[in-house]
Design a protein. Sequence first.
Length: 166
Amino acid sequence: WQGRLVTLHLRTYGGDLHIFYEVLWKQVYRAALLHCGQCRTIVDVGAHVGMSALYMARLAPQSVVYALEPDAQNFALLVQNTASISHRIRLHQAAAAACSGTLYVHQSRYGYNSRALTNGNEQPVPAISINDLMHHHRLTAIDLLKIDAEGAEETLFGAHTQWLAH
């Protein structure tokens, strides 16, 4: 990281190596960031263990990344992996949703496939709308929005989308 080594914590069994390869080696987000080098505000919905947040923060050095991850195991690694730049990343153990409230995390064999569901008897997690995230952090605009929410995209864009204007 900018001349310093960063220690990453990855699970060999949970698909983390696949995400590491996809984000940091194949650089799947590079095209979006080529147009956003001056980004100030990045929202990473479905931050997993932090590969995309780290990558985006590095390529947009003036930015603050707001990372949302509902899965507790993923979130624990997200905290560890982003500790070296915690001053630039705001972490939320929460699921993005059309309305704030509570959802339930269904964990998958692979950490990147966990889903936040509207009902269930599994681990409850706060749900936060993009409108409320913006209000909480006093954001006036989002320069780059990355969403990888395992099927929740439809509900996220289905209602209460005032944030799209920003």
